[in-house]
Design a protein around this ligand. Structure first.
Ligand code: NAD
Length: 480
C-alpha cells in the first residue's frame, strides 16, 4: 500500500469545531531531518474557557446517552482507525520519528483499546447490598464528570486513546492537551470519533503552553478528574495542583524497569527478545526494559549476544523501508543519551554496543548496551527514556531483587527463569505495577496498566479501566 507523507493542518477542537486561525503557533519538527512540518495553535485563556464550557455541555448530553449507544460510537471509531491506518501511521512517524511498523501497531492498538472499553461501557455494573426487609441499599456507578487529560509524545495516539476511551465509556466529557511535539495523532483520533457520531463538546482538544493550560484547567470547578501520563516530576506538580482544588487524579508516570535474568534461562534467547523490546520506539517507552540484572553464570554470554543484536539493528528514518529503529523525538533526548553514556563511562561502565550519535542531521542515537555499570552511574537512577540498556551481574536472587527494588519508581518489571520457585518469589517481591515473566509484553487493553511508588496510581485498561472515571453513589431506600 502507498504511504501518504502529507502532514495535516493541526487545529484545536472546541465544541465540535476545528479552530486554528488567529492564534500564536508553535512549530512541529520532523525529528528525522529537523524540518518544520506544521504549526500548533496556542490556546488563549478564552479558548480554554470555551473548551471547558463545551465539555460541560457535552457531559450533559453524553452522560444521558445509553451505554450501548456510547459503545456503538466507540466501535465505529475503532473501525475507522483500522480503515485509516495507512494514512495515520506515516503522520505518527513524521512527528515522532519511530518506524512505520511501530506507528501502524500503535494505531491498531488504539482501535483495540476503544473496542475493549466499548465492552466495559456496558459492564459498568453497580451492586445491590443485602438488606433488612423493607430496605433496599444500592451502589450506583456514575461518570465522574469533565476530565482534564494531559498526554505525552511517545505514544501520540495510544496514550490519548487510553484516556479518551475510558472517559467516553464511563459517560464523561473531556478536555485533552496532547503533547505539542506530536499533535496530529490525537486530532486524528478525535476525527474518527466525530465521524463515528460523537456529539460536539464531549471531546475537546487544546494545545499551547503546558504549565499554563494545566493550571487553568485544573483550577476550574468544571473539571472533576485530572489524568496525566508523563514524567514523575510533572506528575507530582499536577497532583499537588489537583490536591489544592480537591480533584481526583490518575497518574501514569515514569519507570526504570528491571529485568532479572536468572542463571537457568537461555542467555541467547533472552538477549534476542531483549534487543526487540529495548530498542522498540528507540527505548522511549515508560515500560522499556532498562536495568538488566543477569546471574553471573550466564552474564558474559548474555552481554555478548545482546550487544551483537543491538549493533546489528539498522537505524534510520522511520519512513524508510528497512529501518529497524527510528530517530529520537527531539534534541533533548539526544543530549540526555550523550550525557548518560558519558557519565556512566566516566564511572567505569564498559560500552558493549553503540554509545554515539548517528550522523549530524536528525536525532538518531545508536542502540547502546553498557555492561558492568557501577552503582554511582546517573543512568541507574535517572530514567534514560532512550535506546540505552544497562547490564549488571548478580550472585543470588535476593541481591537482584534488592537492586531492582531500590529505586523510588515501580512501573514495569521483567524476569526470565525456568524455575517455579523463582517465578513465585519474583511475583511476590518485585515492586512494580506490571510484571512479565519469560516475555516482554506489558500493555494489552484487557490488562490493567499502571505503577506503584513514584510511578503513579490508578490503572488504565483491564476490568479496572473505568474505575477512575466513575464515582460510586450509595442509594438507600426505605420502602415501607
Ligand atoms: P516533560 O516532563 O517536559 O514533558 C512530558 C510531557 O508532559 C509532555 O507531553 C509535556 O507537554 C507535558 N507537560 C510538561 N509540563 C507540563 C505541565 N506543567 N502541565 C501539563 N503537562 C505538562 O519531559 P520531556 O522532556 O518531554 O520528556 C522527559 C521525560 O519525561 C522522559 O525522560 C520520561 O521520563 C518522561 N516521559 C514519560 C512518559 C511516559 O509515558 N510515562 C512519556 C513522555 C515522557
Amino acid at each position: 500500500m502507498e504511504t501518504s507523507t502529507t502532514y495535516p493542518r493541526v487545529a484545536m477542537l472546541i465544541h465540535g469545531e476545528w479552530q486554528h486561525a488567529g492564534r500564536e503557533t508553535i512549530e512541529v519538527v520532523n525529528p528525522a531531518d529537523e524540518s518544520v512540518i506544521g504549526h500548533v495553535p496556542v490556546a488563549t485563556a478564552a479558548d480554554l474557557d470555551a473548551a471547558l464550557s463545551a465539555a460541560e455541555r457535552g457531559f450533559a448530553v453524553w452522560r444521558a446517552t445509553a451505554p450501548a449507544d456510547r459503545a456503538a460510537v466507540m466501535l465505529k471509531a475503532a473501525a475507522l482507525l483500522r480503515e485509516r491506518v495507512e494514512t495515520l501511521a506515516p503522520r505518527i512517524t513524521m512527528e515522532l520519528g519511530k518506524t512505520l511498523d511501530e506507528a501502524r501497531y500503535e494505531v491498531l492498538r488504539a482501535a483495540d483499546i476503544l473496542t475493549w472499553d466499548a465492552g466495559e461501557a456496558m459492564r459498568a455494573y453497580g451492586r445491590i447490598i443485602p438488606s433488612r426487609p423493607g430496605w433496599r441499599h444500592m451502589v450506583l456507578r456514575q461518570p465522574i464528570g469533565v476530565v482534564a487529560a494531559f498526554t505525552p509524545w511517545n505514544a501520540p495516539i495510544g496514550s490519548p486513546a487510553r484516556k479518551v476511551s475510558a472517559a467516553l465509556a464511563a459517560g464523561c466529557a473531556m478536555v485533552i492537551k496532547p503533547a505539542e511535539e506530536t499533535p496530529a495523532s490525537a486530532c486524528a483520533l478525535a476525527e474518527c470519533l466525530m465521524d463515528a457520531g460523537l456529539p460536539p463538546g464531549v471531546l475537546n482538544i487544546v494545545f499551547g503552553r503546558p504549565a499554563e493550560i494545566s493550571r487553568h484547567l485544573i483550577s476550574s470547578p468544571i473539571v472533576r478528574l485530572v489524568t496525566f501520563t508523563g514524567s514523575v516530576a510533572i506528575g507530582k506538580q499536577l497532583t499537588q495542583l489537583a490536591g489544592q482544588h480537591m480533584k481526583a487524579t490518575l497518574m501514569e508516570l515514569g519507570g526504570h524497569a528491571a529485568v532479572i535474568v536468572c542463571g537457568d534461562a537461555d542467555p541467547k534467547a533472552v538477549a534476542r527478545l531483549a534487543v526487540t523490546a529495548k530498542f522498540r520506539m528507540g527505548g522511549q517507552v515508560c515500560v522499556s526494559p532498562t536495568r538488566f540484572l543477569v546471574q553471573k553464570n550466564i552474564y558474559g554470554a548474555f552481554v555478548d549476544a545482546f550487544a551483537g543484536g543491538a549493533s546489528a539493528l539498522r537505524v534510520g528514518p522511520g519512513l524508510e523501508q528497512g529501518s529497524q529503529m527510528g530517530s529520537l523525538v527531539n534534541g533533548r533526548r539526544l543530549k540526555a543519551m550523550q550525557d548518560l553514556v558519558g557519565n556512566a563511562v566516566s564511572c567505569g561502565a564498559r560500552v558493549a554496543a553503540g554509545g554515539k550519535r548517528v550522523g549530524d542531521r536528525g536525532f538518531f542515537f545508536q542502540p547502546t548496551v553498557l555492561a558492568d555499570v557501577p552503582p554511582n552511574a546517573d543512568a541507574l537512577t535517572q530514567e534514560p527514556f532512550g535506546p540505552l540498556a544497562l547490564v549488571m551481574p548478580f550472585d543470588d536472587l535476593a541481591d537482584a531483587l534488592r537492586t531492582a527494588n531500590q529505586l523510588d519508581v515501580g512501573l514495569a518489571g521483567y524476569a526470565f527463569t525456568n524455575s517455579l520457585a523463582n517465578t513465585d518469589r519474583i511475583a511476590n517481591e518485585l515492586e512494580s505495577g506490571l510484571l512479565s515473566i519469560n516475555h516482554f509484553g506489558a500493555a494489552a487493553p484487557e490488562m490493567p496498566f499502571g505503577g506503584v511508588k513514584d510511578s503513579g496510581f490508578g490503572r488504565e485498561g483491564g476490568a479496572e479501566s473505568l474505575d477512575a472515571y466513575t464515582i460510586t453513589k450509595m442509594v438507600s431506600v426505605r420502602a415501607s
